[in-house]
Design a protein around this ligand. Structure first.
Ligand code: GLU
Length: 284
């Protein structure tokens, strides 16, 4: 297998130590395997993406010593590929339009069945208000589109699984076999009117387009991986090997966020730190 991995930051703020850790791990893995390291700009959310943050990403990663092939794939130029995949899912009858607002969903989900968790990888689990009794036919509407989880799972032949070479937040690794996706994940959003595609769809379509064999990313995305693997199966795309790594936390044990400017790579650079200092700070 040709080893190919990627780092896919969103240009919505400065890269911090957590990003440096993820990017350096992926880059090192590609070097060790004599494979490829790709940079991909996850600028799907055009209301938050800024060219200056994108420029800073290139600058910070180059300063850390990383190299990547150009031109870099940018999600904002991939609408057609996302649309094509949505059309496949529409024809399979596993997506449907949803007109619920966030407050509609919160109200309808506030009386969950006993024992059912309220929160999935995307927050409140959709209560199914707009889910049609039978798959819709005709042209795909320009609307928010949700995955009909039960129908999608019923469509699969054979069990759903993926190989985890890192660990879930609970320490699971090896062959992961997702279960209870109807109750614990539910009907996630795959298309938004303002963005075209949701994160789940775009990441799956782009990883396949770039022939990514190994996805290396933070443990915060472990619970989303089952959705990605399901979409790969529905779209007939290969499933990469996944490696979810530990998260870099602040002194209080909280995961670093984009607004943590104090831990931005650029702040350390301005303070005279070297790439080697950064590696030391994150235990590499
Ligand atoms: N763009 C995502 C993020 O910044 C990463 C997506 C991924 O690695 O799958 O969190």
């Amino acid at each position: 297998m040709n080893f190919s991995t990627r780092f896919a930051p969103s240009p919505t703020g400065p890269l911090h130590l957590g990003h440096a850790f993820s990017a350096l791990l992926a880059y090192q893995a590609a070097c060790d395997a004599a494979g490829q390291f790709h940079l991909r700009i996850d600028d799907l959310d055009q209301s938050r993406a800024r060219p200056e943050w994108e420029a800073q990403i290139y600058d910070d990663l180059a300063w850390l010593g990383l190299e990547w092939p150009t031109p870099v794939m940018r999600q904002s130029s991939r609408s057609q590929a996302y649309q094509d995949s949505l059309n496949i899912l529409w024809d399979l009858g596993v997506i449907y339009p949803c007109s619920c607002s966030r407050s509609d969903i919160r109200a309808a989900a506030s009386a969950p069945q006993e024992g059912a968790p309220l929160l999935g990888p995307d927050g409140v689990i959709y209560p199914g208000t707009c889910r049609p009794a039978t798959p819709l036919t005709g042209p795909m509407p320009d609307a928010v589109l949700r995955l009909d989880m039960a129908r999608a799972l019923a469509h699969l032949s054979g069990p759903l699984n993926f190989e985890e070479t890192g660990a879930s937040p609970e320490g699971l690794s090896g062959l992961i076999q997702p279960t209870n996706m109807i109750t614990h994940v539910g009907d996630v959003v795959l298309a938004r009117r303002d963005m075209g595609a949701s994160y789940h769809l775009s990441v799956v379509v782009d990883d396949a387009a770039q022939q990514i064999s190994h996805v290396i990313r933070g443990q915060d995305l472990f619970s989303a991986t089952q959705i990605h693997v399901l979409l790969q199966r529905l779209l007939n795309l290969p499933t990469p090997v996944y490696h979810h790594h530990r998260l870099i936390r602040d002194d209080a044990g909280k995961r670093l966020a984009k607004r943590d400017d104090a831990r931005a790579i650029s702040t350390y650079r301005e303070a005279g730190k070297t790439p080697q200092d950064i590696r030391q700070m994150i235990g590499l």
